[in-house]
Ligand binder design. Structure first.
Ligand SMILES: NC(=O)c1ccc[n+]([C@@H]2O[C@H](COP(=O)([O-])OP(=O)(O)OC[C@H]3O[C@@H](n4cnc5c(N)ncnc54)[C@H](OP(=O)(O)O)[C@@H]3O)[C@@H](O)[C@H]2O)c1
Length: 248
């Protein structure tokens, strides 16, 4: 299938590692140029940029903490002219710390909502005017948005908000821009491996139809599909990519 993203420009937040990096590299492999968003992991972002260079595409590292609306505006305004016309905007940045409802402080709650939900708003708000007509947005939520998660109520609530933000933004930006969401299950990244340490060892075997966790590329493939014109009649949707989590 031709994804028709050759020569298009994407911005991916959270691209210094994990699912965001896999997405950025896959987009470049399909011919897109990529703005590589990161918060602090400059060497990680440089690795993503080098991988994209090797694929013969342009990559621009872009440091921005998505929790800070001014920093997001500033970072976008400093992009080279060529990178300031976006075809695809992908919000992959996220954080998933643990904390029980009785122990979480308000500051901890707010930080997680800030990264996972408010950050998406800051990004949409600042980047909307850069998106070309016919462009698309993909939010990366989580299976947690549907199931809830003990000791991660802040994370699950923020991701549920992101699923709903997707629908509202899809309504508001149609027909010029499509807005969709991918809701991954447990994926083997730094975040996923850390979360998995708190689960029973037989979790994948007993809870997932496919009996294993995802590789980042398996999530990236779905993000790239929804970002690309290959999904031209899909908007406001959330694609569950969780190995059959709901059915077991
Ligand atoms: N892995 C899973 O099991 C899983 C499951 C469901 C959903 N997800 C979601 O998938 C997305 C990617 O997860 P991942 O597993 O790839 O995570 P990861 O490996 O921990 O990477 C997180 C990325 O987010 C960036 N980031 C964190 N806070 C940020 C902030 N305030 N501003 C800008 N960037 C920020 C990090 O940048 P720096 O490195 O520069 O700090 C990093 O690039 C997240 O939204 C996550 O919630 C993951």
């Amino acid at each position: 299938m031709d994804l028709r993203i050759d020569g298009k420009i994407a911005l991916v937040t959270g691209a210094s590692r994990g699912i965001g990096r896999a997405t950025a590299q896959m987009l470049a492999g399909e011919g897109a140029d990529v703005v590589v968003g990161f918060r602090q992991d400059s060497p990680g972002a440089d690795e993503t940029v080098s991988a994209i260079d090797r694929l013969g595409r342009y990559a621009w590292p872009c440091r921005m903490d998505v929790t800070d609306p001014d920093a997001v505006e500033q970072a976008l305004s400093e992009l080279p002219e060529q990178a300031r016309r976006l075809d695809m905007l992908i919000h992959c940045a996220g954080e998933a710390p643990v904390g029980s409802l009785s122990e979480l402080t308000c500051a901890e709650w707010n930080r997680v909502v800030d990264v996972n939900l408010n950050g998406a708003f800051h990004l949409l708000h600042a980047a909307q005017s850069l998106l070309r007509e016919g462009g698309s947005v993909v939010m990366v939520a989580s299976v947690a948005a549907q199931t809830g998660v003990p000791h991660q109520a802040h994370y699950a609530a923020a991701k549920a908000g992101l699923v709903n933000l997707t629908k509202s933004a899809a309504r508001e930006l149609a027909p010029a821009i499509r807005v969709n969401c991918v809701a991954p299950g447990m994926t083997l990244t730094e975040m996923g491996r850390q979360t998995a340490t708190g689960l029973p060892p037989d979790y994948a075997k007993t809870k997932l139809l496919l009996q294993r966790f995802a590789e980042p590329e398996e999530i990236a493939r779905c993000i790239v599909f929804l970002a690309s014109p290959a999904s031209s009649f899909i908007t406001g949707a959330t694609l569950d990519v969780n190995g059959g989590r709901y059915l077991r």
